[in-house]
Ligand binder design. Sequence first.
Ligand SMILES: NC(=O)c1ccc[n+]([C@@H]2O[C@H](COP(=O)([O-])OP(=O)(O)OC[C@H]3O[C@@H](n4cnc5c(N)ncnc54)[C@H](O)[C@@H]3O)[C@@H](O)[C@H]2O)c1
Length: 388
Amino acid sequence: MGRRVLRLGMAGGGEGAFIGAIHRAAAALDGEWRLVAGAFSSDSERNRRSGEGLGVDAARTYASFDAMLAGENALPPEERIDAVTIVTPNHLHTPMSIAALEAGFHVFCEKPMALNLAEGRAIAAAVRGTGRHYGLAFTYSGYPLVEEARARVARGDLGAIRLVQVEYSQGWLSRAIDRDGNKQAEWRTDPARAGLGGCLGDIGTHAFQLAEHVSGLRVDHLCADLTTHVEGRRLDDDVSVLLRFGGGARGVLRASQVAAGDENGLKLRVHGEHGGLEWAQMEPNTLTLRWLDRPAEIVRAGGPGLADTVAVRMRTPAGHPEGYIEAFANLYRAFASRLRDSAATGASAPGSADWFPSIEEGVRNMAFVETVISNAGSDNKWSQLLVD
Ligand SMILES: NC(=O)c1ccc[n+]([C@@H]2O[C@H](COP(=O)([O-])OP(=O)(O)OC[C@H]3O[C@@H](n4cnc5c(N)ncnc54)[C@H](O)[C@@H]3O)[C@@H](O)[C@H]2O)c1
């Protein structure tokens, strides 16, 4: 029997939006998903135009998210959407996620999962209560060579891990473009729509997830400094955090949106007793390993020597670069595979073909944001990261 193409409804991602179009391309890339419904914008005319432009049936281009849930549930099961994808600004993630879960739909949501930890826990409770699946768009953990890095650390190639250094350096908020009509900048600097963190919530969260995912370690204490460089901005635009991991490893997380001139400079380095690895998002198809006792290795996507779990995350032979959209597509494919396997419950092991960032990672991420903010605002040197 052929594989059924899953049906997707989108919240947000209307004309002029950034990430919605990336999600649509990624969901479609492997033929796993078909976009059949949406509430693309709170502006009714833009919503209508967006649905039309995307070839979504006018009857399934809904005036609001709630109308989409009700309208889809009124359809026969064989027509109705399987899952919603939420690509709106952050303040809508919690109400939309909970409403969709309670209406019986699986949820794939953009990061950060919520505005704060209490909201994150409320979504987790709804996931537990409804038994629906919930995935998060921590894009960078979808790259093939991030999986290679994770697998090498997990199988002990580097020895016991001592250092985890992660940097996420952007420059696009170096000026007050949030007050000059830049839509993406405007809500990201508004605490009511972005959440507790500015740069911290927007990209510090990616850095934190990547550091824990690849190292396999969990942060237990941190010491943070938050700054707002652009005058009048209401949320942080620059973050420095010292990290202590369970087991004794130490780390540093730097995230900035005022590193003038920088593009999307996400870079991770992990060092153990025998050597270290380095991966950078702007050169995602190269992983560099350097050793104490032997020459350095350059590992290439699609090349020899990769872990078995990497091949399933690639579509082209070596030398045909895959990137951002494909990394997203890997998460969509894994989410689809989990949904198809109706017996599957809970999260599978990192590395398996149906692994995707889960509710647990989302909640840890929210705990990270809150702990950074409380530590940076206090005289404490170290604060414990408490998830529960
Ligand atoms: N994973 C990643 O790498 C990544 C990258 C960029 C953005 N994001 C996340 O994606 C989300 C969206 O970011 P963006 O940059 O695309 O924002 P954006 O401002 O470009 O787009 C937001 C969209 O949501 C729509 N919207 C707002 N209120 C709505 C409502 N009530 N109903 C339906 N639609 C509504 C807007 O009309 C717009 O189309 C954020 O949570 C952000 O953190 C993630």
